[in-house]
Design a binder for this molecule. Structure first.
Ligand SMILES: [Zn+2]
Length: 99
């Protein structure tokens, strides 16, 4: 893999897919520390307090929401409201999430 592909892949996964550094490290078979180091070298903001724009995971909604990177890494799905979380839960797992 050439450097350009490597660099593009890592930045894409970090900034667009919001993967955490440990996961990217596993993908490229390098340490989490190495990922952190190269992201800094490339001038990428690695702050966990950075707000990222993502979409509500309820497919019927798709609202644009802003979350901190640390929040995004903590859970798998993100919703604009408890209502969307409830709808998504019922649809996907066939159980009430209790609103
Ligand atoms: Zn929503």
């Amino acid at each position: 893999m050439d450097l350009k592909t490597y660099k593009k892949g890592i930045i894409y996964k970090f900034n667009k897919l919001h993967w955490n550094m440990a996961k990217i490290g596993r993908e490229y078979n390098v340490s989490r520390q190495r990922i952190h180091q190269v992201l800094k070298e490339w001038g990428v903001d690695t702050s966990y307090h950075q707000k990222l724009t993502i979409l509500c995971d309820n497919p019927r909604c798709g609202a644009v929401i802003q979350k901190y990177r640390s929040e995004i890494e903590r859970s798998k799905n993100h919703f604009c409201s408890p209502k969307c979380r409830g709808e998504f839960g019922r649809k996907n797992y066939g159980k009430e999430t209790g609103a």
